[in-house]
Design a protein. Structure first.
Length: 126
């Protein structure tokens, strides 16, 4: 995150090869915090996932953050469907009374989906 803010400061110099600026990078960091904190507070998002999204916002800025978060959410949905199907087909290790509850209590590696979303946004960036 600190590296992203420093790169944002370097963008402000005349003749810099980048566009944006320190304000855009700080806005990306702040926007990622505002988006992630409610999900972190209720336990739906882990701290590492939130920090990863904040680092993405600090490195590339606010517009890239929103694009990467959207693609990350889509990738997370696809990953969740894949994992639900895989876990449904796998033989159960311990029998739980309610299989729906067992499926809902399982964890999904959302950091992987956020990374995939950031790579997709990076590949599609102009």
């Amino acid at each position: 995150m600190l590296l992203g803010l420093v790169l944002g400061l370097l963008e402000g110099f005349p003749g810099a090869p980048f566009a944006g600026g320190a304000l855009d990078h700080a806005a990306g960091l702040g926007l990622a915090f505002l988006v992630c904190y409610p999900f972190y507070a209720v336990g739906g998002l882990k701290a590492g996932d939130a920090k990863m999204l904040m680092a993405i916002g600090a490195l590339r800025g606010s517009l890239f953050l929103l694009t990467a978060a959207l693609y990350g959410a889509l990738a997370g949905g696809v990953l969740a469907l894949f994992l639900m199907g895989f876990r449904r087909l796998a033989p159960p290790e311990t029998e739980v009374a309610d299989p729906f509850w067992r499926l809902m209590k399982s964890r999904i590696p959302y950091g992987v989906a956020l990374g995939i979303g950031a790579l997709i946004a990076l590949a599609l960036a102009p």
